[in-house]
Design a protein around this ligand. Structure first.
Ligand code: IPE
Ligand code: IPE
Ligand code: MG
Length: 239
């Protein structure tokens, strides 16, 4: 297989971590950090075309984040609603196609309506594919996909013997996405916290100390640049 990559990662996924610590360092409530973090997203989405990044997937809220205080969870949900309402026009005008992954069942109706509208509104765009993960967890996603597969088998629509990795991938929330080439996590934590477990089997990882609200397009460009000098072997032996 290939040795040096020498090209941009087509799909970059980001675990946007460190908003809370960023706010605490400034003596502010955690939500202040989430607002600052949300403002960073536009700059990163805009940087994608020049960097050759076609797909950007961002982790906004995990299936485990419900364990936070009611104030923080409600504040985040309200931030998502405001973000979508406020950014919709710019995203549409800039050629960004937006889609959401995660289980919508636990999200409030108003938020789900805004998500559906934004997906529909930007459906003809193709300059950048932005995927936002809300109430997303890799294990939850695989469980939901397995449930759908089991139902199809039960209904006689799927032969269990035909099930392979492709079949499972088609039933995941990310069925429309290529696998991520590069996963970035900010804030110094070196773990994946249940993000894109199946899809990242062969992704390159970059863990950086910067807190998400301090992340910017220069840092993004540097990481994308260093990706292209890495070696991806996919299990093969290369010289
Ligand atoms: C990431 O920042 C955003 C979400 C998980 C919603 P955190 O809120 O996890 O910030 P830290 O890790 O506590 O600093
Ligand atoms: C991961 O960050 C989830 C998001 C960035 C949305 P967390 O802050 O929730 O992860 P842990 O708790 O440090 O593993
Ligand atoms: Mg965190």
């Amino acid at each position: 297989m290939s040795s040096k990559i020498n090209q941009s990662p087509r799909h970059v996924a980001i675990i946007m971590d460190g908003n809370g610590r960023w706010a605490t360092q400034r003596g502010k409530p955690r939500l202040f950090g989430h607002h600052a973090g949300a403002r960073r997203v536009r700059e990163i989405v805009r940087a994608c075309p020049d960097l050759g990044v076609k797909y950007l997937t961002i982790f906004a809220f995990s299936t485990e984040n419900w364990k936070r205080t009611q104030t923080e969870v409600a504040g985040l949900m309200s931030l998502f609603r405001r973000y979508i309402s406020r950014e919709a026009k710019a995203l549409l005008d800039e050629g960004v196609r937006v889609r959401f992954i995660g289980d919508r069942i636990k999200l409030d109706e108003k938020l789900v309506r805004l998500m559906d509208e934004l997906e529909l509104m930007t459906a003809d765009n193709s300059k950048v594919h932005l995927t936002i993960a809300i109430n997303y967890g890799g294990r939850d996603e695989v469980s939901r996909a397995t449930k759908r597969l089991a139902r199809e088998v039960k209904a006689g629509e799927l032969d269990p013997e035909s099930v392979d990795g492709e079949t499972l991938a088609r039933h995941l929330d990310t069925y429309f996405l290529p696998d991520p080439d590069l996963v970035i996590r900010t804030s110094g934590e070196a773990r994946i916290s249940n993000f894109l477990l199946w899809q990242s089997a062969y992704a390159e990882y970059e863990f950086i100390d910067t807190l998400w609200p301090d992340f910017n397009k220069k840092i993004f460009a540097d990481i994308v640049g260093s990706y292209s000098s890495r070696n991806r072997r996919f299990g093969a032996v290369t010289t």
